[in-house]
Design a protein around this ligand. Structure first.
Ligand code: HEM
Length: 509
């Protein structure tokens, strides 16, 4: 009886848990409770055996709970920096916007010994079977993994350098102090450059070479070493002397990532005070610089921002400790005409021209159809979308013209200035390549079908949604030849049904 009761309670609560990521704890507790009930109902066990089983289950429950807490706070399973290195992990802050410089000893950075040309791009595949849930989706990031380098480095470098040459200041900028609102982004921009130079020269010693000043009080050098004077990208033979150029420019050329520097204001909100956004593809730094975190997102009509993201993100930024960096992934798809193949930026990495129209339009054309869809409370545009629009026309799609675009984003706090550094690394892969990966075409098709309407519109699905037919065929073929064993979970079946209702002609069996 108790089991039946727990079972029906289970399914109701399970559905709610799928709605809200933060309800994971409830789910764990429920599973745990159910196991205990089952144990207590096994009559063949003696009293001692039952007690032992309950004790073990209790232990598992405690482990789950601790794991939940550490994941929820973006914490790692390792000892915290405070325990391990004697640090003040939360910095020293007497009031909003007044961070006091904090001593911070970094965990040892493990060097990568694989030659750069042999490092393949990481294959992030962040889409899941089943229901799509808008959530922060933060995970713990190991220090070693802050900045990712791979065999694409030189191509990215050339694209980034060319972008700076052509668009210069529009792509990287530091804002001065705005009295009473927020401090300048300048100190954090300088600190970030030293942090990058320290990290990169340790993590990729064959790629970056540094020279240092003699050790001195207040130096930016890690582990008591002298401050870095210059840094050379060895395979490209490019040397950057710190202090001789804009720190943002040097940082932006050292890595494949774009980055935003978020400084806490006197109202406790975090402001985009400096950054280098060279290859974001679908948004321009000039439209967002100076905005607070919430404005950045509401002005872009990020779906369900106010209901699902606003408060958790604000809380996260306020409490974000120095020693627990985090990462998350975003993904979308873009259409790129094949004719671009021989160009340096053949995949429209820097700017998704085909999807968004000209980078110089006040509003990119591809975004204009969003206008009519956003009258609800959840997404009030602050003024970016002002013009009337005609429906954009997209080129024909196929497996080699539709690309997956994954953004791997990281966040960490800087110890001296307390600024939060947000990095964005973009990875692109053609659908024709993804289709060869076991289980992936099925998962992408599932993801495309599971997007709620607002998410689908935001991600510009109308340009590429027809690709699901091809993905279904690839999935069916993978199942047929045994590359992938088909399992259609209940939630996925539900999504298929709703997709069939919406697009009956797109599904053939
Ligand atoms: C906890 C941290 C953050 C979370 C959970 C988050 C979440 C999101 C999500 C869900 C989207 C929509 C993307 C999509 O569905 O394809 C988005 C877009 C965006 N985010 Fe964030 N974000 C975070 C931090 C930041 C920071 C620090 C910046 C600083 C610049 C930023 C800048 C943007 C921009 C510019 C967009 C595109 C907005 C547009 O379309 O105009 N985000 N973010």
């Amino acid at each position: 009886m108790m089991i039946v009761l727990a079972g029906s309670l289970d399914s109701k609560i399970r559905a709610k848990c799928e709605e809200r990521l933060n309800s994971r704890l409830l789910l764990y507790l429920l599973i745990y409770l159910r196991l205990i009930i089952i144990a207590m109902n096994i009559t063949s066990l003696t009293m001692v055996e039952t007690s032992l089983l309950v004790a073990i289950l209790f232990g598992i429950g405690v482990l789950f709970y601790r794991r939940f807490l550490s994941g929820h706070r973006g914490g790692s399973s390792q000892a915290s920096g405070e325990e391990k290195y004697g640090l003040k992990v939360n910095g020293d802050k007497s009031s909003e916007g007044t961070w006091k410089s904090t001593q911070f000893e970094y965990p040892k950075i493990e060097p990568v010994t694989t030659p750069l040309r042999s490092i393949k791009p990481v294959t992030y595949r962040p889409f899941k079977w089943g229901k799509y849930v808008v959530a922060m989706g933060l995970r713990t990031m190991q220090w070693n993994e802050w900045i990712e380098l791979d065999q694409e480095f030189e191509r990215y470098f050339k694209i980034r350098e060319e972008r700076l040459r052509v668009r210069g200041e529009r792509l990287l900028k530091t804002l001065p102090e705005r009295p009473g609102i927020v401090g300048s982004g300048e100190p954090a921009a300088v600190e970030l450059l030293y942090e990058l130079a320290e990290f990169l020269s340790r993590r990729y010693p064959d790629v970056y070479r540094v020279t240092r000043l003699a050790p001195s009080e207040g130096s930016y050098g890690w582990y008591g070493q002298g401050q870095i004077k210059d840094i050379t990208i060895v395979p490209l033979n490019r040397k950057f002397v710190i202090g001789e150029d804009d720190p943002l420019k040097i940082s932006s050329l050292l890595i494949q990532e774009d980055f935003a520097i978020m400084v806490e204001g006197s109202d406790g909100r975090y402001y985009f005070q400096a950054g280098a956004v060279l290859i974001a593809g679908s948004w321009r730094m000039e439209d967002k610089l100076g905005m607070a975190l919430d404005e950045i997102h509401t002005s872009g009509n990020v779906p369900q921002y106010q209901s699902k993201l606003d408060s958790p993100m604000a809380r996260f930024f306020t409490k974000f400790p120095l020693d627990k960096p985090v990462a998350r992934d975003n993904y979308t798809f873009q259409v790129v005409p094949e004719a671009k193949e021989d160009a340096l930026d053949f995949a429209e990495l820097a700017w998704a021209q085909t999807m968004k129209g000209s980078e110089d339009l006040k509003i990119s054309e591809g975004q204009m159809w969003l206008k009519e869809s956003y009258d609800d409370e959840d997404s009030k545009a602050i003024g970016q979308i002002q013009q009337d629009v005609s429906t954009p026309s997209y080129p024909p799609i196929g497996p080699s013209t539709v690309w997956l675009r994954v953004e791997r984003e990281t966040m960490r706090r800087l110890p001296r200035t307390g600024a939060v550094i947000f990095t964005i690394r973009t990875y692109q892969t053609r659908i024709s390549e993804l289709a060869k990966e076991p289980g992936v075409p099925g998962r992408i098709a599932s993801a495309l079908r599971s997007w709620p309407d607002d998410v689908a519109r935001y991600k510009g699905h109308e340009a590429y949604e027809g690709i699901v037919e091809y993905l279904d065929e690839c999935h069916a073929e993978q199942v047929r030849v045994g590359v992938y064993k088909e399992e259609v979970p209940f939630a996925e079946q539900h999504c298929l049904n709703s997709w069939l209702l919406r697009y009956p002609s797109s599904f053939k069996f």
